[in-house]
Write a protein that binds this ligand. Structure first.
Ligand SMILES: Cc1cc2nc3c(=O)[nH]c(=O)nc-3n(C[C@H](O)[C@H](O)[C@H](O)COP(=O)(O)OP(=O)(O)OC[C@H]3O[C@@H](n4cnc5c(N)ncnc54)[C@H](O)[C@@H]3O)c2cc1C
Ligand code: SF4
Ligand code: SF4
Length: 1019
């Protein structure tokens, strides 16, 4: 294998413009998608243009190496993985080439929502609507014939394609649309030497040899020859199997199982896009597509209907179908109760006793028309004595969106269910005739009972598309027989009611083995079609066409630790975990990632993941991180993989902002997986110089604080800053904070004898954890907080020997140093914590560190009690407000401030407390600056090597700060504050200072609001 990889690189790396990768990181990242499967590719290519694909396809044919097309890798059947060269089109080939009046030309890697954002400006859209349209690529949609809730009205992807630019095995590039057939020949006839043709009589058919000389290498043929050859042969196949097509491929509203042969032959024309769409990259690779666009719907009415039984819901759907809804989706009880508990908006929409619900949508040309259609549907249901309740009806387009949010939200939430069992996708794509839905559901429920499993159901009911997911433990390799048995039994009923095993997700590894049973004699035609396009079976092998009866379970993802699987001859052990969790626990965290790809959506102001916003490379995604750690723990030696150079970009593209964990539907703990992986690298190889210096800024800050006047001058001196960049690695372009003359922890307040936590004070006591920034750069903030607490009747205890929280050391994986500072802080905080005092932090990342990181970093009997007692200042004050204990004697402030919510405040789960607090100040106008992550991430954004990317991530916020009409920015995180001031002409200050000003306890803060940042230093 390694020899083949080397040859591939030797032969192709100079000829193709895209990236060719055979490193272990790439092979790991592309071994999986959103399915249950895992196959390590031979190589990964990120093509830049169709010429690259032609070269690869020619090489693949000559060398007999498979070629596999990939979009976003969100397929649920394993369609884009395999032992071959995986081509990721999402990276570079993602352009919208041109927009015409009713068509659009695109490259395959463009995302569906990205395309529609552009089309929207022309009043049109590309209609097929898979629920993950924010991330799915057009190439992937074409690959599986994707569809969505509105398929009953707009059809599937197949119905919206004018022509496809395809690269065939052998490397020929063809534009294929509705093609005229010039000649015909009898399939199976000997080739090349036969030149005579025989007229076929009145039908006008002639028997001719194929134009392709089968003795020649595929790659030596011209595109014209390939095209003529495939038109002729396809024509013959379709003629030969016309009866089987009619018998075995009946018209179903949804069917993406096997090849679509129905409706391809149209007189003397072949509708090739219709055949190629849904062929899962097994016939050709698409390098461009011309798609039809539709005018945006003018008006719609959406309603949510609740039913006492699932049968009543299905019956209602069947009654409503003749009214021509544009969508009618069905949700079962489990999804409804998940939705009810997840969001207050859904709580009021979902009746606790409902067993099923329908979302129904009617389109129309006017508001009146759509209302009328809803009224008609109510009348119809009433006249049939259907018992239902409409719990929500859309009044506005936004209302409609909110109703539609329900299915996408609850389907995502399914992935996050706690426990060992999950809803497993392997029979998740059944399509049946809508009129036989009730009958099928009864049979399906019986099958699940026989196998003693429960399943969830979400259905695009109007088109008979069912997403059933049995709840099972994640299957391990070699343990798939239960899966196969359930699928086999369920599919018998699918065939009995005239359905299809796949409606919109394709066959992939999940369903290919069942296609012979579904299609009987027609499967022979599929094989012939495959031979026409791909005689060597190199295009995405084992998808649709395969002789492997165990394919459904052959490639199940590895999910057990390597120790379990190694033999005594080749012992491999997992290196000791660096965090306080076992290797099994970290693996459990990693396998929660199901590959759904939601973390690849570059859609600001979404925060997950800031790196993905800057670049669509797979390695930047949280998914790649989970996959890398899982592979390290399950395949070969984990320390080997983690030590790989190629893994560095995966590990380095995370700054522990924690947003992925919040937004990932499965709540995968990516940040700790990354910290664990980094810590293992650091334990083996040590820290990089920059990481060492930047994670310990507090040590040389002591020197800076001692010679404040000189240091602050030097910080603003470009020559010194360039020197600092060369020696310490701090970017010479970064505006830095000035050093305070006296560190807060050396101030009179802290040194005072009154600063004590001795129990018995008549006033309630709060412990203040100061952290680095307030101590060295902003003691005024620390003072402001103390005064606010005192103003509210508290005694403030500031342990003198506390030190930095250590978050920056934890983030870089320096566990030894992190433990040292953590243990020092624990010594200071344990006793007051045991006393029951709350430990309050003005720096959100310090609160996060004490409450969520220390328990994973330090083994100490008091670490949990400290974690429980710690909270951020905003939450502490908000709690007082809610308990009616916060003083509200704020004076009027004529101020307009722009507030940014730090990622770590979100990670703490605090409900933006500072916003509620600032709103108490009379006269103050608050503008929220929701521009996502600032890109600073503690000391990460200080590093010269990260500066450009940091500014890129924070660019929307930075430019907002340049243009927004406010008096000052405000945020509770000191590093976010640095980015907000990076090129701004306005100061940014901590909200606590504004509160202190408004309380009248620190009037000098009014002056701070006038200080603008300038040069290379902050305000
Ligand atoms: C949470 C979630 C929700 C989903 N909801 C839906 C839904 O509502 N409707 C639906 O239809 N599907 C849905 N899917 C399944 C899947 O995401 C979609 O089918 C999607 O269209 C696949 O797109 P992708 O870009 O991820 O393609 P990939 O998974 O990368 O590839 C899918 C197939 O297309 C082929 N392919 C990719 N690019 C090309 C190309 N350039 N040329 C030829 N073949 C190519 C691949 O080889 C593979 O066989 C969902 C998946 C998830 C995880
Ligand atoms: S990390 Fe979460 S969002 Fe990303 S692919 Fe995995 S499960 Fe999906
Ligand atoms: S913690 Fe932040 S930077 Fe790291 S992977 Fe998650 S979202 Fe991305």
């Amino acid at each position: 294998m390694e020899e083949l990889r080397r040859r591939l690189v030797e032969d192709l790396s100079d000829t193709i413009e895209g990236d060719l990768r055979i490193d272990r990181a790439a092979l790991s990242m592309y071994a999986t998608d959103a399915s249950l499967y895992e196959v390590e590719p031979i190589a990964v290519c990120l093509p830049r243009n169709s010429r690259d694909v032609e070269i690869l396809a020619a090489w693949s044919a000559d060398q007999r190496v498979p070629l596999i097309a990939r979009g976003a890798g969100t397929g649920l059947a394993g369609g884009c993985i395999g032992r071959g060269i995986v081509m990721d089109f999402s990276r570079y080939m993602n352009a919208i080439v041109s927009v015409a009046s009713d068509t659009v030309r695109v490259q395959p890697g463009v995302r569906r929502d990205q395309l529609n954002a552009v089309l929207r400006t022309t009043g049109r859209y590309f209609a097929p609507d898979p629920s993950n349209s924010a991330i799915t690529t057009i190439g992937g949609m074409l690959g599986v014939d994707a569809a969505g809730s509105h398929a009953v009205r707009v059809g599937s992807t197949r119905d919206h394609v004018q022509s496809l630019e395809c690269v065939l095995s052998g490397g020929q590039k063809l534009e294929l649309g509705l093609e005229r057939i010039e000649r015909s020949f009898l399939i199976g006839q000997p080739t090349a030497s036969v030149v005579d043709h025989v007229p076929m009589g009145s039908a006008g058919f002639r028997f001719l040899p194929p134009v392709r000389n089968e003795t020649l290498r595929l790659s030596s043929l011209t595109p014209a020859t390939r095209k003529a050859d495939l038109l002729e042969r396809l024509n013959a196949i379709l003629q030969e199997h016309a009866d089987s097509v009619a018998q075995f491929q009946p018209p179903l509203l949804r069917n993406s199982a096997g090849y679509m042969l129905r409706g391809i032959l149209q007189g003397n024309q072949l509708d090739l896009p219709r055949l190629l769409v849904g062929s899962e990259g097994t016939l050709a690779v698409f390098t461009e597509a011309t798609l039809y666009t539709l005018p945006l719907p003018k008006h719609r009415a959406v309603a949510l209907l609740m039913f006492g039984t699932l049968e009543q819901a299905i019956r209602a759907m069947q009654l409503l179908l003749p009214l021509d809804p544009s969508a009618c989706d069905l949700l079962d009880r489990r999804l409804l109760s998940l939705g009810r508990g997840s969001d207050p908006r859904f709580h009021s929409m979902i009746l606790p006793e409902a067993e099923g619900a329908l979302i129904i949508e009617f389109p129309g040309n006017s508001e009146r028309e759509v209302r009328q259609r809803l009224a008609d549907s109510r009348r119809l249901l009433d006249s049939h004595a259907i018992e239902y309740r409409i719990t929500r009806e859309s009044e506005t387009p936004d209302d409609g969106d909110e109703i539609w949010l329900l299915p996408s939200r609850v389907v995502s939430l399914l992935a996050g269910l706690k426990g060992a069992s999950r809803p497993i996708p392997f029979v998740e794509d059944i399509a049946v005739p809508p009129e036989r839905l009730t009958e099928f559901m009864q049979l399906a429920q019986r099958t699940f009972q026989q196998h003693e499993v429960t399943a969830t159901l979400y259905a695009h009911a109007a088109s008979g598309q069912l997403h059933l997911r049995p709840i099972l433990p994640i299957p391990r390799p070699g343990q798939g027989s239960r899966l196969e048995a359930i699928a086999r039994d369920l599919y018998r009923h699918v065939f009995a009611v005239g359905g299809s095993i796949s409606g919109e997700h394709g066959d992939g590894f999940s369903r290919t083995a069942f296609l012979r049973t579904q299609y009987g004699a027609l499967y022979r035609a599929f094989q012939q079609v495959k031979d026409v396009f791909d005689p060597e079976r190199l295009m995405n092998p084992d998808k649709i066409i395969s002789n492997d009866p165990q394919l459904t379970t052959r490639h199940l993802r590895a999910s057990q630790l390597i120790d379990d699987t190694t033999t005594p001859q080749a012992p491999v052990t997992v290196p000791a975990s660096q965090l306080n969790w076992s290797a099994q626990e970290s693996l459990d965290a990693a396998i929660r990632c199901n590959g759904c790809g939601s973390c690849r959506i570059p859609a600001p102001p979404l925060r997950m993941c800031p790196f993905v916003l800057t670049d669509s490379a797979e390695e930047l995604s949280p998914r790649a991180k989970a996959n890398s750690v899982r592979r390290a723990l399950t395949q070969g030696s984990s320390s080997d993989l983690l030590a790989e150079e190629s893994l560095l970009p995966v590990l380095d593209s995370c700054f522990n902002c924690r947003q992925c964990e919040l937004d990932c539907p499965s709540n995968v703990d990516i940040p700790h997986l990354i910290i664990e992986a980094r810590a293992q690298r650091v334990a083996a190889n040590g820290l990089s110089r920059t990481a060492r210096l930047l994670s310990r800024v507090h040590t040389y800050a002591r020197v800076g604080s001692r010679f404040t006047i000189l240091t602050n001058r030097l910080l603003n001196n470009p020559v010194f800053r360039r020197m600092l960049e060369r020696t310490v690695g701090i970017s010479a372009q970064r505006r830095l904070p000035r050093y305070a003359r006296t560190q807060f922890l050396n101030s009179a307040r802290v040194r005072s004898e009154d600063n004590t936590g001795i129990p018995g004070s008549p006033r309630p006591t709060v412990v203040y954890f100061v952290d680095y920034f307030a101590n060295h750069h902003d003691p005024e903030l620390a003072e402001a907080f103390c005064r606010i607490l005192e103003h509210n009747g508290y005694r403030v205890y500031i342990p003198r020997d506390q030190t930095v929280s250590g978050m920056s050391m934890i983030s870089v994986g320096d566990m030894v140093a992190a433990r040292e500072v953590a243990e020092q802080n624990i010594r200071e905080l344990a006793e007051p914590a045991r006393e029951g005092y709350q430990i309050v932090c003005t720096e959100p990342s310090a609160a996060l560190c004490l409450s969520q990181e220390y328990p994973l970093v330090v083994k100490h009997e008091d670490v949990d009690i400290i974690a429980q007692q710690t909270l951020d200042a905003g939450t502490f004050l908000l709690n007082l407000l809610r308990q009616g204990k916060l003083k509200k004697d704020f004076s009027h402030q004529s101020l307009v401030v722009g507030y940014h919510t730090p990622c770590h405040v979100k990670a703490l789960g605090s409900a933006q407390p500072m916003i509620e607090l600032l709103k108490l100040i009379p006269g103050l106008t608050l503008q929220q600056i929701e521009k996502g992550c600032t890109g600073m991430a503690g000391t990460w954004g200080l590093a010269a090597e990260n500066f450009d990317r940091s500014v890129q991530i924070g660019s929307s916020l930075i430019s907002e700060m340049r243009t927004i009409r406010i008096n000052a920015g405000t945020t509770d995180c000191s590093s976010c504050r640095m980015q907000m001031e990076q090129s701004a002409t306005l100061p940014t200050i901590h909200p606590l200072k504004i509160l202190a000003l408004a309380y009248g306890i620190m009037p000098r803060i009014a002056e701070r609001l006038k200080h603008a940042p300038s040069g290379l230093v902050m305000s």
